[in-house]
Design a protein around this ligand. Sequence first.
Ligand SMILES: Cc1cc2nc3c(=O)[nH]c(=O)nc-3n(C[C@H](O)[C@H](O)[C@H](O)COP(=O)(O)O)c2cc1C
Length: 176
Amino acid sequence: MKNILAFAGSNSSDSINKQLATYASSLVKDAKVTILDLNDFDLPIYSKDLEAKEGVPENAKKFHQFIKDADGLVISLAENNGAYSAVFKNLFDWMSRLEQKTFLGKPMLLMATSPGGRGGASVLAMAKDRFPRHDAKIVAEFSLPLFNDKFADGKITDSDFDNTLKEAVELFQKEL
Ligand SMILES: Cc1cc2nc3c(=O)[nH]c(=O)nc-3n(C[C@H](O)[C@H](O)[C@H](O)COP(=O)(O)O)c2cc1C
């Protein structure tokens, strides 16, 4: 049984990206899925001075340990002004100070969704460019536009998008 870690790059209590990451990870077969919420990993804003004084905070270490323990990563990034949400960028910055190869070569299903028509295309492009420099092995990607029209009751309701996600999950599954 493979260990899958799923999380959203968001701290919204009703995060649409967490809903998508939860659904996508439920499609992985023979897997034990751990879903994390960034709200449970409170962190100070990264500062060089704070790092010099106190080191990397325990919550960044704890989160990174979950990555270490995982066989695969399912991530869905919220898009804020065309970029990562502040809460995700902060966690990423802290973890990169612990380990430059933050994602440790683990197979990754990389996703984004938004209420708008671009489905988080900008943050997805940013992560696609950047994550491999941190040893991410992005094996599949998926974007869901118009979340409120295409997702309900924990599932994608648009069959074309649902099939595209299932194909992405299959690619991910093969790499585990
Ligand atoms: C400050 C701010 C900036 C945003 N910028 C974008 C954006 O650039 N592109 C986009 O598609 N949605 C944008 N949104 C809308 C988010 O996609 C939407 O709030 C979404 O629910 C965030 O994902 P989450 O629910 O997983 O937190 C923005 C929202 C906020 C509050």
